[in-house]
Ligand binder design. Structure first.
Ligand SMILES: Nc1ncnc2c1ncn2[C@@H]1O[C@H](COP(=O)(O)OP(=O)(O)O)[C@@H](O)[C@H]1O
Ligand SMILES: [Mg+2]
Length: 547
């Protein structure tokens, strides 16, 4: 381009015309070539980026699924935050690689070529100009580091917003029923205020920092001044001056462009950090410990000895202190006590959702940490308070975890769980789609489906956490009947709010604030009379039900 400008200083008109034509054609050709290269480049990086997003998402979700339950309890790992991370961060990483990397490569190669060319044409001038280039780069770098800390804050605020939205949609019924849309909107607005302010501040900073462009002008001035000196000394032709100058100025432009994208780079760097901190995180309770003991059969004896426990998300709230409990194989053990006394926590500890801080939990006399968790959990069935069906057919929901079951086994399990009749009465029977976009099962139906799933597993240990609570008395009876049948000959731990349902258990354990206050059969505990805690609880409920 520099030599092109010098054409206009030629004295011969004919030569000027010829040269101009050559250059014009040259530029048309250049445009064509760069067009083709650009297409190929963007296509390649696009494909690569798409593949990368897929890989990152897959790796993240498969990693997240191995994390211990405690991880999900903490605030920054709520379902909304995880969704936001999967959706946004993976995308940012893609744009970083797909779009930005190509720009970086372009810039780097352009700078390299420019340096070589200008050095070849007029090395003195080029050297001076190259030396001052870092000044420009430093300016942009300073801007980048400043913006980086700011973008982190705005990213956090963004995830706050997504979290709110996901929670609001997940609890839509409650939100609607309590007409609290306004409240949500207010919260949302507040959460967005952060990022909005942040953005405004960012653009202000960016504006101020782009005064670094004026440095670019100073560099021009320097070039002309030094070029003038060199020309006066006859060490430089006007043609070479223009050539070097234009080459290096356009390089400066490229660097400036690259510099202005550093904001995105900074954002991307945060996303990459957050993605990799998830992927590199080591789970505290590994479900796939390959050296773990894989039992063929379990007897079902559970010994909890002298454990201390607090939830990782609330370490200062001690749930158990020196707690011990022994659960006999093949027998049913009931846990009763007021809400918050730690019943569900015991169930969670037996499933090894959490590890106790101190003390041991043994199953069949072997420490729970020795087992391969996946193998151990094969022998443990859980029916929890609010089983949510997965999106899929009812059959898929029943055979979940026991995919090898035959149709016959599935149906017999459903019969056992008193679920066969209601399933058969549905239009599509076992192929009825349930979950978010399928039929809405009632509480009792969900419970019976979950019970069928537990039965099909033929677990040695059955954990029932309020499996019949919050049902109307008719459904409760049907579910209870099914559960009674399953419990026969298995170790079962039953948490029930309604005490009438656990009267027949072999052992009733009464908990109060994480301490066992009474133990015995229904008859022996009732025999204690009014001084007994269990007696009091039973009386309270009977009194309530008479009204
Ligand atoms: N995921 C959790 N994170 C922190 N604290 C919890 C968690 N789950 C339960 N808790 C606390 O542990 C105590 C016992 O809860 P829980 O075992 O669910 O009681 P129960 O099932 O007997 O009603 C309660 O004080 C409760 O607030
Ligand atoms: Mg509970």
């Amino acid at each position: 381009m520099g030599s092109m400008v010098s054409i206009y200083f030629l004295t011969d008109h004919k030569e000027m015309k010829d040269q101009t034509r050559i250059y014009s054609l040259f530029f048309v050709g250049l445009a064509l070539v760069s067009f083709l290269i650009n297409i190929a480049q963007h296509y390649n990086f696009g494909v690569m980026g798409e593949y990368l997003t897929k890989r990152i998402r897959e790796q993240m979700i498969s990693k997240i699924l191995t994390f211990e339950i405690g991880w999900f309890d903490s605030d920054e790992n709520s379902s909304g935050a995880i969704c936001a991370q999967l959706a946004q961060d993976a995308n940012v990483v893609r744009s970083l690689v797909g779009d930005r990397m190509s720009l970086v490569i372009q810039t780097a190669s352009a700078v390299l070529i420019a340096c070589i060319m200008s050095l070849a044409i007029a090395w003195r001038l080029a050297l001076v100009m190259i030396v001052v280039q870092p000044l420009i780069i430093i300016c942009f770098y300073a801007r980048r580091t400043l913006l980086k800390s700011m973008s982190k804050k705005s990213l956090q605020a963004q995830s706050e917003c997504s979290k709110l939205a996901v929670e609001a949609v997940a609890n839509l019924r409650t939100v609607t029923a309590f007409s609290s849309q306004d409240r949500i909107l207010r919260l949302f607005d507040q959460a967005q205020k952060g990022p909005r302010k942040e953005s405004i501040r960012q653009s202000w900073f960016a504006g101020r920092l782009s005064t670094s462009m004026s440095i670019l002008r100073c560099v021009w001035a320097l070039t002309f001044w030094y070029g003038g000196i060199l020309m006066a000394q006859h060490r430089l032709t006007s043609k070479a001056l223009f050539q070097t100058f234009l080459i290096l100025i356009s390089t400066g432009r490229v660097i400036a462009d690259a510099g202005s994208m550093t904001t995105d780079l900074a954002k991307g760097a945060d996303a990459v950090t957050s993605v990799f901190s998830t992927i590199d995180r080591k789970t505290e309770i590994d479900p796939d410990n390959p050296e773990g003991y894989k039992p063929k059969n379990l007897e079902g004896k559970v010994d909890i000895t002298e454990i201390d426990f607090a939830y990782p998300s609330r370490p200062d709230l001690i749930i158990f202190k020196g707690f011990s409990l022994s659960i006999q194989p093949g027998k049913s053990t009931a846990l009763v006590g007021q809400s918050g006394s730690g019943k569900s926590t015991i169930i969670g500890l037996i499933e090894r959702f959490h590890d106790p801080l101190v003390g041991t939990i043994e199953i069949d006399g072997i420490g729970i940490k020795t087992y391969s968790l996946r193998a151990l959990r094969k022998h443990i069935g859980l029916v929890s308070q609010e089983p949510t069906p997965f999106a899929g057919t009812i059959r898929e929901n029943i055979v979940y975890g026991t995919e090898t079951a035959t149709e016959e086994e599935t149906q017999s399990a459903a019969r056992y769980a008193n679920a066969h009749d209601f399933i058969s009465s549905l239009k599509d029977g076992y192929d009825t789609w349930c979950g978010e976009r399928g039929v809405q099962l009632s509480g009792g139906q969900k419970r019976r489906t979950a019970t069928a799933r537990a039965i099909l597993k033929q677990p040695a240990i059955l954990l029932l956490d309020e499996a019949t609570s919050a049902l109307d008395s008719q459904s409760e009876k049907v579910v209870q009947e099914a559960l009674d049948r399953v419990m026969v000959g298995r170790t079962s731990v039953v948490v029930a709010h309604r005490l009438s349902t656990i009267q027949n258990c072999d052992l009733i354990t009464v908990l109060e604030k994480g301490i066992v206050v009474e133990k015995g059969t229904h008859a022996s505990l009732m025999a204690k009379g009014p001084s007994g805690t269990y007696f009091g609880l039973v009386n309270l409920q009977q009194g309530g039900s008479h009204h």
